[in-house]
Design a protein around this ligand. Structure first.
Ligand code: ADP
Ligand code: MG
Length: 579
């Protein structure tokens, strides 16, 4: 009996569309890439209801002739490659001829386009059928309107997230692309709101300023380096800067935003030793090489690529980064070792320019300096003993079961996390009012994150006032921080809690507050502090993992110690030995 049938074209079109179009962001991605391929210097994106109701991308690129506008919705219709050899040298963002047919298979599309001379042309599609076609007035360029995404694919529609969350992904994508094309103007509006408008600029530096603001730029250094046929350029963290997560690592290969493990690894490995522990570099990194050295046709949405020689790319990126890092470190040490010319007023050391003000200038209390190995003392209860601190990072202790090596930061984080969770349950956060509220400029992404998380942030003591634009005044903050810390934590919270569910977000906030207020590795602890910490740790519900999921302690069981050192018989045979 015959089991195999050919699927009807509407169904196979929907299946194929599923690979490329997953959510509003994927539509924006494909349309904006087309605009850039068409040489647009202006791309305007407008969304309604997070793109679920409407997505419109309008550009001033080269436009299409009526003939092309008619055929562009056919599968594998493309103007970007013509023969197999072209796959070796792709210089456009698109080339598969799949985006427009995929989009139109799962939505209602109106395309308007014009090549400048004469009238424009309009095509209206609905789920892969052309429903209207004809002349229309339109300036040079193209506009594609996509309505009711997945109207004919309810299973997919159900997987769409909240409007904010969909919008957020679009913002993140457009920011990424905006970094790759500084000369292009990008704007985004949502309903009646303008989210951003970045006019075209000459330099990447200026685009970074538009997207991430002045502070971000101050943390970065430029690099430009060539190794054989590979060039590495862009901006990366200065030594000792860096962030807690990888959300600000952008990698572009031949101008195309990509997720690439090789380059990511080179980036993160090279920065080890140049950043504090737990920090990762920021990077807006452009890697370029001859088109034939990279295969971009390995992923339906082209997010991943393959190098002909990944080892060589890794090496080149590492070299480029090392070059910039050593130069920066060198510059710093040269600056600090420059001697001050004698007798020069203006360059006198600060102490001389600001004379001591008698008793007001009380000496700062000096931190206790101790040996790495602190004196032993006995703790109380449950056989718990604390011996001391090792490497200013670990607390050495023992309990009935054996020896313990406890990470002081992770342990304190766990203790504080539970304390904060308790405060939070009682809705009892201590707040401090800022005497002179700091004004913070948020990035578009942070401003959106603030909007959707305002309630949660207020619950833990943050109150900010909208000053117009994306400026906010920090009026009140949790009374566990100094004002500066509070501001820094506020920004990193906005960066970190974007799309999670509310309950996860609260956990994240509490974990972040705990992390920020916990003792750090490298901090010397007094005996009583250590004792307190260990006792508190064992009172918590989960003494072995910190709120971020990292282990807190290493346990050496008594039995294992005895066995390893040979105090206990290894096998029953031993006990039968003759005396
Ligand atoms: P691809 O980009 O892979 O070629 P698409 O389905 O995205 O495939 O687009 C099909 C073709 O339609 C493109 O090759 C291009 O010729 C034309 N096209 C699409 N969008 C635009 C636009 N905004 N401006 C000019 N031409 C466009
Ligand atoms: Mg395309």
């Amino acid at each position: 009996m015959k089991k195999i049938i050919l699927l009807p074209p509407e169904l196979s079109a929907k299946i194929a569309a599923g690979e490329v179009i997953e959510r509003p962001f994927s539509v924006v991605k494909e349309l904006v890439e087309n605009s850039l391929d068409a040489g647009a210097s202006e791309v305007r994106v407008h969304l309604e209801r997070g793109g679920k109701k409407l997505i419109r991308v309008m550009d001033n690129g080269e436009g299409m002739s009526p003939e092309d506008a008619e055929i562009c919705f056919e599968r594998h219709a493309t103007s970007k490659i013509a023969e197999e050899a072209d796959l070796e040298k792709i210089e456009t963002l698109g080339f598969r001829g799949e985006a427009l047919p995929s989009i139109s298979a799962v939505s209602r599309v109106t395309l308007k386009t014009s090549r400048g001379a004469g009238a424009g042309f309009l095509v209206e599609r609905e789920g892969n059928q052309t429903v209207r076609m004809g002349d229309t007035a339109f300036p040079r360029g193209t506009s594609v309107e996509v309505r009711d995404l997945f109207f004919n694919l309810p299973a997919r529609r159900k997987f769409l997230r909240s409007e904010k969350s969909e919008l957020f992904q679009v913002v993140r994508f457009l920011n990424r692309l905006a970094l790759a094309f500084p000369q292009t103007r990008f704007s985004l509006s949502h309903g009646s709101r303008r989210i951003f408008d970045y006019p075209g600029v000459a330099q990447l530096r200026e685009r970074i300023f538009q997207v991430f603001g002045k502070e971000a730029l101050e943390r970065l250094m430029a690099l430009d380096f060539a190794e054989e046929t590979t060039r590495i350029s862009g901006f990366v963290s200065r030594p000792l800067q860096g962030r807690r997560n990888r959300s600000r690592q952008f990698i572009f290969v031949n101008g195309r935003p990509v997720q690439d493990k090789t380059i990511q690894a080179a980036l993160n490995q090279t920065f080890q030793g140049y950043l504090e522990k737990d920090r990762v570099p920021e990077a807006i990194l452009f890697v370029s090489m001859p088109a034939a050295h990279v295969d971009v046709n390995v992923h339906p949405t082209k997010a991943e690529i393959r190098f002909r020689d990944a080892g060589a790319v890794f090496h080149a990126v590492r070299l480029g980064l090392l070059h910039a890092l050593t130069r920066a470190s060198h510059a710093k040490s040269v600056r600090s070792s420059l001697s001050v010319p004698a007798g020069s007023e203006a360059s006198a050391p600060p102490a001389q320019r600001f004379p001591a003000r008698g008793r007001l200038a009380a000496p700062k209390p000096q931190p206790e300096v101790r040996e790495e190995w602190l004196p032993a003392f006995e703790g109380e209860g449950e056989g718990l003993r604390v011996f001391g601190q090792y490497q200013k990072t670990f607390i050495l202790a023992s309990d009935d079961r054996g020896l313990l090596v406890i990470d002081q930061h992770n342990a304190h984080e766990r203790v504080l996390y539970e304390k904060y969770a308790d405060i939070d349950r009682k809705k009892d956060w201590p707040r401090k009012m800022a005497l002179f509220p700091a004004v913070i400029d948020l990035t578009p992404a942070q401003a959106l994150s603030y909007e959707s998380n305002q309630g949660l942030l207020e619950e833990v003591g943050y109150r900010v006032e909208d000053m117009g634009g994306r400026s906010f005044a920090l009026k009140e903050y949790p009374d566990i921080f100094s004002q500066d810390e509070a501001q820094e934590v506020f920004l990193s919270l906005l960066d970190e809690m974007r799309e999670d569910k509310a309950a996860d977000k609260k956990k994240k906030i509490l974990a972040e507050l705990a992390c920020r207020t916990a003792v750090k590795a490298g901090q010397v602890l007094s005996s009583s502090r250590m004792k307190y910490l260990v006792e508190e740790l064992f009172r918590t519900s989960k003494a072995s993992v910190c709120p971020h999921g990292r282990p807190i302690l290493l346990r050496l069981e008594k039995d294992a110690i005895e066995k390893a050192i040979g105090r206990k018989s290894r096998s029953p045979r031993k006990t039968t030995k003759k005396l």
